[in-house]
Design a protein around this ligand. Structure first.
Ligand code: FAD
Ligand code: MLT
Ligand code: ZN
Length: 470
């Protein structure tokens, strides 16, 4: 018997050290790309307990895999199959500690589910703008650790931009209280920004102070059929011109991606389906009134139809219709999962170069990968595409991934480099891209990253082998 297990039970309570039974919810990632085996799943209830767990694991030299909602896309929150790693689940740290309406901030624990935070903010008359399809189960800690993006980035920024302060348990089991609600603070290195996006490799985020915004007076959603990616980018420019800061969402969806929703969720109606190669979803958030928002949207769509960058468009009449439009977009990842195994990309390219990137890379993949099925959709307003490849229909999907994933990634990532982009705009590196990162990040940057990792986690016990191999 491993003495660490008894020490962990003493630290957090025996009921919160899971060793037996079905632990697959903690050990398998959302995309079913990896089934691991943990030494134990530990569920502390307070920051002090998290610190105690880290100290015990550090003392035993036992690696720790932090886990929030386990919705990550890159196999970063589940254990490997060694049976040596402890999964540190933050789900019980789920309190909203304080809301300061005057300062437009809220301080929350890491395990708070994103949707609960959105709701609590709204109940208090504020907007917490981070929004993604996994919001019913992903956590603020996970959002910070991955610097999640989502559908409102073009107006409010990504999770990093929404965070003012952090509380972190270090690899030594100390607590750094950096829960500042300040918008300006230049007292030395920005430790907060170091931990955000570090995917659990530098420290355990236990709480955060996040920004709130006034609720918009009216939010309208529209859907447009566009004849090409070039037209989608033209429509984006028009939308920015007509709506300014009111443009809070601009998502593009290829017909094959929409077809997967139509196929796997027949109860969902896909508007303007099949008319054009792409559809676009636009959101306009207005601080004046609904008639004002509608008038602005109508003017924009008239201009787009006249220009030809949209061939047809609908504006949701009410909240139910708006939700139905968002539902189509947000169900694409689930529809992709139901279609079977796939290769996911979350690339970013300067928006102006996206049409040329797609034209070239679509043709390249069609030439090089027999039967390729491209699922292209994403946050065009941020220059971020989910340029995904579904395993061929009626083929052996696991074999396709085994044989073709590295090649598909190289083809796509080389194109990303050619177009001055990034191989990960949202989901991070985890284990799935850890071998690719050194090819696409400069040696100087990697060296600095390794120095930071070694300084903060000299024992290499926090999520080892994820993001960086030392
Ligand atoms: P987990 O999956 O549990 O963990 C993710 C990473 O963070 C792991 O490396 C883990 O070790 C680390 N981690 C988790 N909690 C902590 C903590 N408290 N301290 C330190 N490290 C920690 N992502 C986007 O960016 N944009 C999207 O639009 C988007 N849409 C999605 C849609 C669907 C349907 C799904 C399933 C996922 C989507 N994602 C998206 C990916 C995922 O939801 C995000 O990465 C999310 O931020 C992960 O949160 P989580 O709580 O589930 O974290
Ligand atoms: C999304 O935007 O829906 C997710 O980040 C994407 C994905 O499933 O690739
Ligand atoms: Zn996304």
């Amino acid at each position: 018997m491993n003495p660490l297990l008894d020490q962990l039970r003493a630290a957090v309570g025996a009921a919160y050290v899971l060793v037996d039974g079905d632990l697959s919810a903690y050990e398998t990632d959302w995309r079913q790309r990896s089934k691991g085996k943990s030494l134990a799943v530990v569920r502390p209830g307070t920051t002090a307990e998290v610190a105690a767990v880290v100290r015990l694991c550090a003392g035993a030299g036992t690696p720790i895999v932090p886990q929030g909602g386990n919705t990550g896309m890159v196999v970063g929150s589940t254990p490997d199959d060694s049976g040596r790693e402890v999964v540190l689940s933050l789900g019980r740290l789920n309190r909203v500690r304080a809301m300061d309406g005057g300062n437009l901030t809220v301080t929350v624990e890491a395990g708070v589910v994103l949707q609960n935070l959105q709701q609590q903010a709204q109940d208090a008359g504020f907007l917490f703008p981070l929004s993604l399809a996994a919001e019913g189960s992903c956590t603020i800690g996970g959002n910070l650790a991955t610097n999640a993006g989502g559908t409102q980035v073009l107006r409010y920024g990504n999770t990093r931009d929404l965070c003012l302060g952090l509380e972190v348990v270090t690899a030594q089991g100390e607590v750094w209280d950096g829960l500042s609600g300040l918008r300006k603070d230049n007292t030395g290195y920005d430790l907060r920004d170091l931990f955000i996006g570090s995917e659990g490799t530098l420290g355990i985020i236990t709480a955060a102070t996040m920004k709130l915004y006034p609720l918009p007076v009216a939010t309208l959603t529209a859907w447009a059929a566009v004849p090409s990616m070039e037209a989608a980018v033209t429509l984006l420019g028009l939308a920015q011109h007509h709506l300014g800061a009111g443009l809070t969402g601009f998502e593009v969806m290829g017909q094959f991606a929409l077809g997967l929703v139509a196929k796997h969720m027949p109860q969902i109606r896909v508007p303007l389906y099949g008319q054009t190669p792409y559809c676009v979803l636009l959101e306009n958030s207005d601080q004046e009134s609904e008639p004002h928002a509608r008038e602005q949207f109508e003017r924009l769509l008239e201009a787009a139809l006249e220009d030809g960058c949209a061939t047809d468009a609908v504006v949701a009449e009410n909240i139910a219709q708006a939700r139905a439009l968002w539902q189509v977009r947000e169900n694409i990842p689930l529809a992709q999962a139901q279609e079977g195994l796939n290769i996911k990309h979350d690339i970013s390219i300067p928006v102006s170069r996206i049409p040329a990137f797609c034209a070239e890379t679509d043709a390249l993949l069609q030439r090089e990968i027999a039967g390729v099925r491209l699922v292209n959709f994403g946050h065009l307003g941020d220059g971020n595409l989910h340029y995904n490849v579904q395993a061929p229909a009626d083929g052996d999907a696991p074999a396709f991934l085994r044989e073709q994933e590295a090649r598909v990634n190289t083809l796509v990532f080389d194109q990303v480099r050619k177009f001055d982009g990034s191989i990960s705009a949202e989901h991070g590196i985890g284990t799935l891209k850890v071998d690719k990162l050194p090819h696409y990040k400069s040696a100087v940057a990697l060296g600095l990253m390794r120095s930071v990792k070694r300084a903060l986690d000299p024992q290499n016990i926090l999520n080892p082998g994820r993001v960086l191999k030392l």
